[in-house]
Ligand binder design. Structure first.
Ligand code: ADP
Ligand code: MG
Length: 250
């Protein structure tokens, strides 16, 4: 890999020479080998690559839910490795909306209560949190399901609840691990249009890990990962209207 470019004002994620291993001795696996990765405001960056190459591990490092062994990760100019645990937790709650591959919904809460969690963490009242949760549920097509428990919903509906929860507090950085895998074309398009609106609003950025070639046309930039390294970064012209069902092979 050539050295990554110097930071510009638009770069909100700047990952430099990051390494991470799991396990000890003969069980040790080197998952992130020497990762350099950037994401900019105004853009949807997609991270693609074969299963097991380290995509989720890299997202966890950027989201600050996992510490790395070496290298530097700057998010909005702050070095994550220099933050204490509590500072990192606060930073994450304010700045990042994370959509996990496994949704991670809380089964004992209603759909609207699940979506409202980030707002309660920020100190909003229950009433205000409920109103904003219902508004965003409306936008993802689940306005009439807000009172139900997540297990009453289909996989695609649960995925949209997880997406609503990641967007409800309007975080400047939205990080998604396979956000459209369980969605049909219509709902995939609704969700991608929402992500696009987020990426196009001031000082915000969206990073999406995906295998879903139905959504590649939405990417402003595609980073390809293989065996613990970013091996290629391609810019795409998304000046026209990207379309969900039209596959673009990269
Ligand atoms: N907490 C962990 N402990 C041990 N191994 C892990 C852990 N997390 C991920 N791995 C391993 O790291 C590799 C990369 O995993 P992951 O980042 O989930 O890949 P991807 O998201 O690209 O499919 C896999 O071999 C996986 O088994
Ligand atoms: Mg993964």
């Amino acid at each position: 890999m050539p050295d990554s470019p110097p930071p510009s004002d638009n770069i909100v994620i700047d990952v430099r020479h990051v390494e991470k291993s799991f396990g000890d001795g003969s069980n040790r696996i080197h998952v992130l080998k020497r990762v350099d990765f950037q994401a900019q405001t105004g853009e949807i960056t997609m991270l693609v690559g074969p299963s097991g190459c380290g995509k989720t591990t890299l997202l966890s490092a950027i989201a600050g839910t996992m510490r790395v062994d070496s290298g530097e990760i700057r998010v909005f100019g702050h070095s994550l490795e220099k933050m204490s645990g509590p500072a990192l937790t606060r930073f994450r709650a304010q700045k990042i909306g994370f959509i996990f591959q496994q949704f991670n919904l809380i089964p004992t809460l209603t759909v609207a209560e699940n979506v409202g969690v980030p707002l309660l963490i920020q100190g909003l009242s229950n009433g205000k949190a409920l109103k904003r949760s219902r508004d965003i549920l409306e936008k993802v097509g689940l306005g009439d399901r807000w009172k139900e428990r997540p297990n009453k919903l289909s996989g695609g509906q649960q995925q949209r609840v997880a997406i609503a929860r990641a967007l409800v507090h309007e975080p400047p950085l939205v990080i998604c691990d396979e956000p459209t895998a369980a969605l049909d074309a219509q709902n995939g398009e609704i969700v991608m249009d929402l992500f696009r609106q987020v990426a196009r609003s001031a000082d915000r950025s969206v990073i999406i890990v995906t295998h879903d070639n139905r959504i590649f046309s939405y990417a402003d930039r595609i980073a390809r990962m293989d065996d613990g390294e970013i091996v290629e970064v391609k810019e795409q012209d998304t000046g026209g209207q990207p379309h969900f069902e039209h596959p673009v092979h990269v």
